[in-house]
Design a protein around this ligand. Structure first.
Ligand code: PLP
Length: 393
């Protein structure tokens, strides 16, 4: 009888040992002591065994810290990248990536419905330093190709699904378009998480995460990450991460690591609950339109079915009564907490136009005023549906 390989197997990444189980990877144990949970190495520096005699390569915690190393190894394994880098926030990761890959005079193509903070970084911080940008819909490969300025465009930057309109971009096709032009494809994978989608395996060069969201999963940490497919770029990012210094601290790294241990089970529950809520909203006359890539009528449904495992925990909808109705729903829910952010175990509701996306008001990226965004949590779904039903009035 043939012995079948175990579902769970060990993967070595430098000094780290990772458990890999199909779609999930988690740090197996601390290589120094065998502690099953990697310790929080609250230290800024390390004893050297003689000048330059570093123990395990650790010298100073901006350059590397074992808790951060554990997180970075875990993220690299989950996204199937060459290396991962953990930052103090998603925007710190984004800023470091732009400064690694672009110089004044270069150009970046952005989604025309990018996360407001990403747009603000490019428009208000990078542009004055000379990095230009233009926007194109991620769901339209030809429009992205047309937005590229040959020789000048260094990055094609997408989110899929986008925040908050949940548009879907074809990662494989957009990687080809970017590469034809000598640019890199960057995918912000925050909404999907590596459990549902692995852009590097589809040809993307860099994955961005706000680990504040599904990776952390408990609304108790702000963090970011870059995961890079190839060694050469990884080395450049490593240099910039250390030189700029916007790194994740050991406590924050530990929280994200702990979150990642339950990523798979959380994501499945987020998806189960989101599907039932979509079903409810889609049959409710007080709702004008439900936006969810799992709906067959969503223009990106077929593509999302191919490149995502499931459709995620984010749901957007437009209310029949316009902006006033949208604001009123946001203010009346009790189980859904009114707040920015997403990806935590508790459900959140927000009005993108006035909250997360206020920074794109008056630009081409402005979001509809009657739009409500839900981050569906892992609570009992009947409670969530009853809450929305009451709040819709
Ligand atoms: C899709 C997306 N990317 C990036 C970010 C920025 O991450 P952070 O808030 O951790 O800086 C966010 C934050 O909401 C986001 O939603």
């Amino acid at each position: 009888m043939r012995v079948r390989p175990a579902l769970v197997h060990l993967v070595r990444r430098g000094s780290l040992i990772l458990l890999r189980d199909g779609d999930c990877a988690t740090v197996a144990f601390d290589p120094t002591t065998g502690a099953v949970i990697p310790p929080i190495y609250a230290t800024s520096t390390y004893k050297q065994d003689g000048v330059g005699g570093l123990r395990g390569g650790y010298e100073y915690s901006r350059s590397a810290n074992p808790t951060r190393t554990a997180l970075e190894g875990n993220l690299a394994a989950l996204e199937e990248g060459e290396r991962a880098f953990a930052f103090a926030s998603g925007l710190a990761a984004e800023d470091t990536l732009v400064r690694t890959t672009c110089k004044p005079g270069d150009h970046v193509v952005l989604p025309d419905d990018a996360y407001g903070g990403t747009f603000r970084l490019f428009d208000k911080v990078q542009l004055p330093w000379g990095v230009e940008h233009s926007a194109a819909p991620v769901s339209d490969v030809d429009a992205v190709r047309a937005a590229i300025r040959p020789g000048q465009t260094k990055l094609v930057w997408i989110e899929t699904p986008t925040n908050p309109l949940l548009n879907i971009g074809d990662i494989e096709a957009l990687a080809a378009v970017a590469h034809e032009a000598g640019a890199l494809l960057v995918v912000d994978n925050t909404f999907a998480s590596p459990y549902l989608q692995q852009p590097l395996t589809l040809g993307a060069d860099v994955v961005v995460h706000s680990t504040t969201k599904y990776a952390g999963g408990h609304s108790d940490v702000v963090g970011g990450a870059l995961i890079v497919r190839e060694l050469e770029l990884a080395e450049q990012v490593a240099f910039h991460q250390n030189s700029i210094g916007a790194v994740a601290g050991p406590f924050d790294s530990w929280l994200v690591l702990r979150g990642l241990k339950t990523l798979g089970v959380r994501m499945d529950r987020h998806c189960d609950n989101a599907e039932k809520i979509v079903d409810f909203l889609n049959n409710d006359p007080r709702v004008e339109q439900v936006i969810y890539p799992g709906l067959p009528e969503h223009p990106g449904h077929e593509l999302a079915s191919r490149q995502m495992k499931r459709f995620g925990g984010m749901v957007s909808f437009r209310t029949v009564g316009g902006e006033a109705a949208a604001l009123s729903v946001c203010e009346r829910t009790e189980v859904f907490t009114l707040g920015e952010s997403l990806g935590g175990v508790e459900s959140l509701i927000e009005h993108p136009g006035r909250m997360t996306h206020a920074s794109v008001a008056g630009t081409d990226l402005e979001v509809p005023a009657d739009l409500v965004r839900l981050s569906v949590g892992i609570e009992t779904v009947e409670d969530l549906i009853a809450d929305l039903d009451r709040a819709l009035g």
